[in-house]
Ligand binder design. Structure first.
Ligand SMILES: CC(C)(COP(=O)(O)OP(=O)(O)OC[C@H]1O[C@@H](n2cnc3c(N)ncnc32)[C@H](O)[C@@H]1OP(=O)(O)O)[C@@H](O)C(=O)NCCC(=O)NCCS
Length: 171
C-alpha cells in the first residue's frame, strides 16, 4: 500500500522483502551514531523490523522510503504519535522521523520526505503541531529540520547526551 509520493520518493507499508535493507541501516554505525549511539546486531534489527509489518490504524507511523528511479529501499520516514510524559499520545500532535541509508545521504531525500510528511500531517491528518528531537552533534539532521521550517523550542542538557527539541505548527 502506497501512502504518499513525491517527485523521487514513494512511501509505502514496510514489507518482508525490505528486511535486508532495513537491517543494513540499523547495523551501520554512521546511521546509528546520533540515534541510539551504537549499531544493532542483525538479530536486534530483525526483532525491531517484524512489528513494523503491522499497519498503524491511523497512518501515524514510519514508512518504507523507496527511491523510485531505482525501486530501492533507501530509508524509513514518517510522522508517528507524540507521547506525553505519561506515555499517552497527544491529540493533534506528531513526531517526525527521518532515516536515510548512508549511500543515499546528501541527495536531498530527507528534506523531500520531511516536506511531504509535514504537508500530509497538517492537511490530511489534522495535525496541528509536529515535533522532533535531535541529539547535539547531528548537524546534518539540524540542517534538514531548519530547512523544513522547524524552530528550536528548547535545549536539553544531559549527562551523556544532549538534545535540541524542535517544533513546527500549522499556520
Ligand atoms: C540526518 C539524515 C536524515 C539526513 O538525510 P539526507 O537525505 O542526507 O538529508 P538531505 O540531503 O535532505 O540534507 C542534508 C543537509 O545537511 C547538510 N549536511 C550534511 N552533513 C552535514 C554536516 N556534517 N554538518 C552540517 N551539515 C551537513 C547537507 O549539505 C544538506 O544541506 P544542504 O541541502 O543545505 O546542502 C541522514 O543523515 C540520516 O538518516 N542519518 C542517520 C539517522 C538520523 O540521524 N536521523 C535523524 C534523527 S533526528
Amino acid at each position: 500500500m502506497i501512502l504518499l509520493e513525491t517527485e523521487r520518493l514513494l512511501f509505502r507499508q514496510q514489507e518482508l522483502r525490505d528486511i535486508d535493507a532495513y537491517c543494513a541501516m540499523e547495523m551501520d554505525p554512521d546511521v546509528r551514531r546520533y540515534v541510539g549511539g551504537k549499531p544493532r546486531t542483525r538479530e536486534e534489527a530483525e526483532n525491531r523490523f517484524l512489528p513494523g509489518l503491522v499497519r498503524a490504524p491511523n497512518n501515524l507511523a514510519m514508512w518504507a522510503t523507496i527511491y523510485k528511479p531505482e525501486n530501492k529501499y533507501v530509508g524509513r520516514c514518517g510522522i508517528y504519535p507524540h507521547f506525553d510524559k505519561d506515555g499517552s499520545p497527544i491529540a493533534g500532535e506528531a513526531s517526525l522521523g527521518l532515516y536515510i541509508a548512508k549511500p543515499y545521504w546528501s541527495r536531498g531525500f530527507a528534506t523531500e520526505a520531511g516536506r511531504a510528511f509535514i504537508e500530509f500531517g497538517f492537511n490530511k491528518l489534522d495535525i496541528q503541531r509536529i515535533v522532533t528531537s535531535i541529539q547535539a552533534g547531528n548537524d546534518a539532521s539540524i540542517r534538514v529540520i531548519e530547512k523544513l521550517g522547524f524552530t528550536q523550542e528548547y535545549f536539553e542538557q544531559g549527562e551523556y547526551r544532549s538534545f535540541y527539541h524542535y517544533e513546527i505548527k500549522k499556520t
